[in-house]
Ligand binder design. Structure first.
Ligand code: PXL
Length: 279
């Protein structure tokens, strides 16, 4: 039977992030992708003047119907969530569909480069941490990790500081934490992860591209979730997600450098399918 993921995040109608990247990426990876849209925005929040239609009231209704139909999922994956109430509803959604064989992935989308995105507060970050505590795998960037742990954001980190963050992120229930955007050598960047059950650390980097792109966190988390659901190991899934994210950035610089609001992940899909041995 085909593997199935349920992903819970907003639809930013234009902007190449959240559901408009998670759905095509995980579908292309050969996984059935069910969606729970939490809001509809005309664009992501880096644009000014975006519209916003809240769909919080639909979350429980969708859940109840899926329960009645007897649906089960191989992975439950949440991304951008916009309110305290949504955090509570997602906890209940996870508790309903969690079983012995599936995984919960939480990407605590809230912040980057030391700053919270429009609309988020430090209090929200602390509540998001509690959702993370219910997950098998969490994928914050360093800014999100710092807000969730209520510690200062540092750009000049060393391995000891990052090890400590990963351990603290997994102290209250989250089994594995993967920090994105980490590199200990000049000119390298990638992911650094910790498995609290085996006490193993995992580190994988590529050449650093000196430009910051919007939406790459969502691409990373979607690819990671797709690879894990497809049966790749934790470490291999991390490498696949780093490699595809880098490829998306490279293709954007080559083919679409004017596009400031998202990356050309579409052009790099053949790369991803080769990388996971599908073509
Ligand atoms: O890429 C993360 C993301 C998702 N959804 C919305 C956003 C952002 C980042 O800014 O604004 C609505």
């Amino acid at each position: 039977m085909m593997k199935k993921i349920a992903t819970i995040q907003d639809i930013s109608c234009l902007g190449k992030c959240s559901l408009t990247v998670a759905l095509p990426i995980m579908s292309a990876m050969g996984i059935e992708t069910a969606v729970v849209p939490t809001a509809v925005l005309s664009t992501h929040t880096a644009f000014s003047g975006f519209t916003f239609c809240d769909l919080t009231d639909e979350i429980d209704k969708i859940k109840e119907h899926w329960v009645k139909e007897g649906f089960e999922f191989d992975a439950l994956y949440s991304g951008y969530l916009g309110s305290f109430r949504q955090l509570e509803l997602i906890k209940s959604f996870f508790a309903t569909f969690k079983n012995d064989g599936n995984i919960i992935v939480v990407d605590p989308v809230m912040a980057d480069n030391g700053k919270l995105y429009t609309g988020f507060t430090p209090e929200f970050a602390k509540e998001m941490k509690k959702l993370c505590d219910t997950a098998d795998i969490i994928v914050p960037n360093l800014t999100e990790a710092a807000f969730m742990l209520d510690i200062p954001y540092r750009e000049d980190y060393d391995k000891e500081y990052i090890d400590d963050i990963l351990i603290r992120l997994t102290e209250n229930g989250a089994k594995k934490a993967m920090l994105t955007g980490i590199g200990f050598e000049d000119g390298r960047i990638g992911a650094y992860a910790y498995d609290s059950e085996t006490k193993e650390f995992f580190y994988y980097t590529r050449e650093k591209i000196e430009k910051s792109f919007h939406g790459t966190g969502d691409i990373f988390a979607s690819t990671l979730t797709g690879a894990l659901t497809g049966g790749f190991s934790f470490e291999e899934s991390m490498k696949i997600a780093v490699d595809y994210t880098v490829e998306c950035m490279k293709v954007t610089l080559e083919k679409d450098p004017e596009c400031w609001y998202g990356v050309s992940f579409e052009s790099a899909i053949p790369f991803l399918l080769k990388r996971i041995n599908k073509i």
